[in-house]
Every structure is written in C-alpha cells, then in structure tokens.
Design a protein around this ligand. Structure first.
Ligand code: NAD
Length: 317
C-alpha cells in the first residue's frame, strides 16, 4: 500500500508506456504497454509488503489505544520443512508489527480430534483474532474438515466455505492472502483492469479461483487456464494481465506473453541447485512484459503482509 503521492507517481510513470491500441468502435481501448525491446518495470513486492506492514503497525497502535492487541494463532502439524520456514516468517512479521502470535505445534502422528479440539478452544479465546492452519496437514487428516472448524470471523486465510462463498457473492470480509496480495501489486502498478483481459493459469481454491473472482470484481474479462487447457499460449498471448500460479518452473516463456502485459508470478519452485524460481522465465519475459514480479521478492512477501492485514481487520470487526 503506497502513499497517494507514490501511487500518483507510479500512475504517471506507467502513463509513459500507455499507447492507443485498439479502436473498438465508439471507444479507444488502451493497453499499458512497453515496446518489446524495453525491459519491464519490476513490481517490487518486498517494498510494497514493507509499506503494508507499516500500515498494519499503525492500525495495531490505534487498536492498542482501545485496549485491543490483535492475536494470531498458528497450527503447525507434521514435519514439512517448508511449512516450518513459512510459520517462522509469519511469526517474525507478527512480532515486527506488534501482532501477538502463538504457534501450536504437533507431530505428524497428531489426530484430527486433537486439532479440532484445539481450534474449538482458539475460536472461544477472545485474545485470538486470527487462526491459521498451516497446510499441508499430515495425509491422514481431512484438511477440509479442519479448515471448516475455524470460526469464519477468525479465518484470516479466507479458506472457510463461508468466506469463499462471500467472495463469490462479492461481499467478502476476509479474502485469501495470496490473491489479495496479487491484486494489491496490480493496483500499485496502476494497471487498469476494467475491460481488460486477465488470464490466470492455475485453478486451485487458494490461489487461482479466488484470484479470478477478485479480477472479475474489478471488471476484468477473466480466463482461467489449467492443466487440461488446450492451446495455452494462444490464450496467454491475449492477456493484458497474466498471472501464473502453477508450480512449474519457467512454464511461462516470452513467446506466451503479449508485449506490454503485466505479468505476475505466484509460483515458488525449488530448483535442484537449491535456488528458488517462479513459474515465469523471468530473464526472457522481462524483455517483453510491461510489468513483472520477481521470485523471490514479488508475491511471496505480499502474502505474509496481507495475512497480517487480515488479522488486524479481524481484530477490528
Ligand atoms: P496447486 O497445485 O493446487 O494448483 C496448480 C494449478 O496449476 C492447478 O490448477 C493445475 O490445473 C494447474 N496446472 C498444472 N500444470 C499446468 C500446466 N502445464 N499448464 C497449465 N496449468 C497447469 O497449486 P497452488 O497451491 O495454487 O500453488 C501454485 C504455485 O503457487 C505453487 O508454486 C505454490 O508454491 C505457489 N504459491 C505461492 C504463494 C506465495 O505466497 N507466493 C502462495 C501459494 C502458492
């Protein structure tokens, strides 16, 4: 979340790249565009996430004046090393913004009953405003049953059916953090969505589908692509905004991108050499796109920042 001045500056900057594109009868549609030879502007998720966290910190201070301290409870079950890292990062971000956090750890042999009992206790705890169940849960556990046990008002991941249903109806209070972070990045870039074609690759319930609904709410024309989509490249080349949320390194090549498009990379893939890569071939696509998010440093930091924002929102309601 940038200041108004910052966002105006960005809009002016992007206006440099605006050029009339299509004469559609009675109105001229424009595409925020860069010449193909020009490098894309980098959408710095790290910087934007820092601004969101600063704003969360201010809200935490305002809530403190009312005697409220937002509290986040995380449930971590099993021994997935990536989950342990995510939880540690979330706890650190809480600490930095003044949100109280507690982590409830369980071994891989935890029973579903134990998790459900813990969630019931957290639902009833007035000091806990947000409950997060770190996924994946151990295989034997019915993850959906566990997610549905979280009180919708404390479901800061926005995964409960009640919150997902509210999103479909356009009346959501707690929106899944990664899609919300993607929307904030697009907004920050000053890219207009109304009337534009947004293509989302990936249809998961935590990223692709909720993101498609958020884009639709902003009046984009949305196409969702997935593993069975035919002629993927034909569709992606039509995208003014292209989001990849697949989990396949470098799936999106330069040939799949419309010149000047805003390209958002949600993917996080660990390569054999231990480095991280997104779903987009960054080095090639940056020469075609108008805007692009890096990995790491794009969507990832936004997810955590929006989680904190959801937590203070839950505490404010
Ligand atoms: P998922 O496995 O649930 O869904 C992947 C989707 O990609 C599916 O809908 C599938 O149909 C589609 N797909 C698979 N192969 C395809 C292909 N060849 N062409 C087109 N579509 C294809 O994954 P998810 O949970 O939605 O996560 C997607 C990626 O985003 C992963 O890399 C994950 O690590 C990452 N992720 C990042 C963040 C973040 O904070 N940056 C948050 C959540 C997920």
């Amino acid at each position: 979340m940038g200041s108004l001045f910052e966002s105006l500056l960005l809009r002016l900057a992007s206006a440099e790249g605006v050029r009339p594109k299509l004469n559609t009868g009675n109105r001229v549609a424009q595409v925020v565009d860069c010449p193909p030879s020009m490098a894309a502007r980098i959408l710095d998720g790290k910087a934007l996430a820092a601004a969101v966290r600063a704003s969360v910190k201010e809200t935490v201070a305002r809530l403190a004046a009312r005697g409220v301290r937002p509290g986040l409870a995380v449930i971590l079950a099993g021994d997935n090393p990536a989950s342990a890292v995510y939880v540690r990062n979330k706890a650190r971000a809480c600490e930095e913004t003044g949100v109280r956090s507690e982590v409830h750890r369980y071994g891989a042999d935890v029973t579903e009953r134990a998790l459900l009992d813990r969630i019931a206790a957290l639902n009833a705890d007035p000091g806990v405003h947000g409950i997060l169940v770190q996924l994946p849960l151990p295989g034997r556990i019915n993850a959906r049953r566990v997610l549905e046990a979280v009180a919708p008002a404390k479901d800061i991941d926005g995964f409960h059916f009640e919150n997902l249903g509210a999103l479909v109806a356009g009346q959501s209070k707690l929106v899944p953090c990664t899609p919300a972070g993607v929307m904030r990045l697009i907004e920050h870039a000053g890219v207009t969505l109304a009337g534009r074609h947004a293509v989302v690759i990936g249809r998961s319930s935590i990223v692709g589908k909720p993101l498609a609904l958020l884009l639709l709410q902003k009046d984009a024309t949305v196409t969702i692509c997935h593993s069975k989509t035919m002629e993927l490249q034909k569709l992606t080349r039509e995208a003014d905004v292209l989001v990849a949320a697949v989990g396949r390194p470098k799936l999106v090549t330069a040939a799949m991108v419309k010149p000047g498009a805003c390209v958002i990379d949600v993917g996080i893939n660990r390569l054999p050499d231990g480095t991280l890569a997104g779903d987009v071939d960054f080095d090639a696509v940056k020469n075609v796109a108008g805007w692009i998010t890096p990995v790491p440093g794009g969507v990832g930091p936004m997810t955590i920042a929006l989680l904190l924002e959801n937590c203070v929102r839950a505490a404010s309601i």
